[in-house]
Design a protein around this ligand. Structure first.
Ligand SMILES: Nc1c(NC[C@H](O)[C@H](O)[C@H](O)CO)[nH]c(=O)[nH]c1=O
Ligand SMILES: CC(=O)[C@@H](O)COP(=O)(O)O
Length: 159
């Protein structure tokens, strides 16, 4: 199902564990800052709405999405977090650089999920243009940050 057919901010709280005892890390890419800040706000709003405490949420910034895997790894190694949300916005430019950044970031985050005991949520928009990014970070398709927050709560509560 394409995002166009699903609002990214929609969730049913009755199906989500209470996050009051969970600790979250959020690593935020500084590239396309207007978009990543919107994703961060969406994630925070959903985490708090589902019971998370602000004092249990740690935020770090990294330069770009390519650095998200390292930032998430370092956070897992040094901070007592139950889940990490990796936030980025990659927008197609004139060259193939977009392809390399997207695939490396996705693979790096997947590797962390396989190799560590802490779930890392892929909250990285990979858009053809700025309007698509706007639409998915609080615009007409909702906010992928909210979607990522719900995924983080569910994954941290597994088992
Ligand atoms: N063009 C975008 C980038 N590029 C930067 C890389 O992520 C990386 O920081 C750099 O190559 C140094 O290692 N990053 C994004 O997050 N979004 C983009 O659109
Ligand atoms: C995703 C990118 O790295 C891209 O925005 C950079 O732009 P360009 O491909 O025009 O160098």
């Amino acid at each position: 199902m394409a995002t166009a057919n699903k609002n990214l901010s929609a969730y049913d709280k009755t199906t989500i564990p209470n996050a009051k005892d969970l600790r979250f890390g959020i690593v935020v890419s500084e590239w396309n800052e207007a978009i990543t800040e919107g994703l961060y706000e969406g994630a925070m709003e959903a985490l708090l709405d589902c019971g998370a405490k602000e004092e249990n949420i740690i935020r770090w910034n990294v330069p770009g999405s390519f650095e998200l895997p390292f930032g998430a790894k370092k956070m897992i190694e040094t901070k007592p977090v139950d889940a990490v949300i990796a936030i980025g916005s990659v927008i197609q430019g004139e060259t193939k650089h977009f392809d390399f950044v997207c695939s490396a970031t996705a693979q790096g985050i997947m590797d962390l999920n396989v190799r560590t005991k802490v779930p890392v949520i892929f909250c990285v928009l990979t858009d053809n243009n700025m309007q698509q990014a706007i639409d998915r970070s609080g615009g007409k398709h909702g906010n992928k940050g909210a979607e990522a927050a719900i995924a983080a709560i569910k994954m941290a509560s597994l088992g």
